[in-house]
Design a protein around this ligand. Structure first.
Ligand code: FAD
Length: 276
């Protein structure tokens, strides 16, 4: 039994080849005995069927699978229909998010914030689901202020979340400070760090600009200096992210949630180095 709980995040594959690749990834990660795995959901329901199909495929292997569900751009009726399908399929764990509207997509939908989605799920389904929500140690990019963001987070947890998973970060102190501060606001649920392995600098830069996660200057400069040398990027990334995880584990975090991007190698190597 691992002292800390591991979870892995996947996205729903769009092709049969992607489905096979994800099965292979899951088989490689299975020996790490994840507590659960989660499957992302496109805002406005764009990957609705893919998320359900992927979750059901995973559940067949006896692994607990939690679909993500975002509310932006969706009606209550469509969210209710999705929740009912999950219930009928025996799914009891869900990651509740606001989501981001793809640019050009107009309608916000009936629920504006993840806290409203959490309340909606609790009203509709009682205690059927274990609900995870998102947390931002470096603050959500659209938040009015860090303080407001933490208050909104606390409000979202109090609406009925059981646990939180953070956006990825490379500054452990941001996580520690965030956890201390939201505890003072009455948040008592586990806050599991989200971990993004580093394997591709340009992709990481793109993601980080979108989600507001900082790549520390010294890390960015080193990664940039490797140019197209993917092996050097991977090796350095493995060192940096393993050190981050070691600090987090030593500090007693409840778990680690890996953003795998449907690839096993980097997440597995980090866990093995940590002896998990
Ligand atoms: P919220 O908690 O609603 O917060 C969004 C913003 O609104 C914040 O700035 C917050 O401070 C503010 N806010 C909240 N309540 C109020 C209020 N009452 N008044 C004023 N402001 C308020 N996206 C997807 O589309 N699909 C996914 O599968 C997905 N998975 C994710 C998994 C994790 C672990 C994480 C960390 C993020 C994920 N995202 C996903 C991205 C997420 O949808 C975006 O970060 C989105 O911009 C915010 O979602 P949220 O649930 O955190 O929103």
């Amino acid at each position: 039994m691992n002292p800390i709980e591991l979870s892995f995040e996947f996205f729903p594959p769009k092709t049969q080849e992607g489905v096979e690749k994800l099965r292979a990834t899951r088989a490689q990660l299975a020996p790490l005995k994840p507590k659960f795995v989660s499957v992302t959901f496109g805002a406005g329901g764009s990957t609705q069927q893919g998320t359900l199909d992927t979750v059901l495929d995973i559940a067949k292997d006896g692994i607990e699978a939690a679909p993500h569900l975002s509310c932006i751009g969706s009606s209550k009726e469509s969210l209710r229909a999705i929740l009912n399908r999950y219930r009928e399929s025996g799914i009891r764990h869900i990651v509740a998010l606001r989501g981001d509207l793809p640019s050009g997509m107009g309608e916000v939908g009936e629920l504006r914030y993840a806290s409203e989605l959490v309340s909606f799920i609790r009203n509709e389904t009682g205690d059927w689901f274990r609900i995870e929500v998102a947390a931002y140690p470096e603050y959500h990019p659209q938040s009015r202020s860090p303080r407001k963001d933490m208050e909104n987070f606390a409000h979202k947890v109090k609406a009925g979340a059981n646990s939180a998973i953070t956006q990825y970060f490379y500054n452990a102190d941001a996580y520690f400070r965030f956890v201390d501060d939201v505890r003072k606001l009455g948040v008592d649920v586990p806050i599991v760090p989200g971990i993004m392995p580093i394997t591709n600098f340009s992709q990481l830069t793109r993601f980080s600009e979108m989600c507001g996660a900082e790549i520390p200057r010294w890390v960015a400069r080193r990664l940039e200096s490797f140019g197209d040398d993917r092996e050097a990027i991977r090796a350095f990334g493995l060192d940096v992210v393993t050190d981050l995880c070691r600090r987090l584990v030593d500090a007693g975090v409840p778990g680690l949630h890996f953003y795998t991007l449907n690839a096993a190698t980097a997440s597995k190597a980090i866990c093995e180095r940590l002896g998990l």
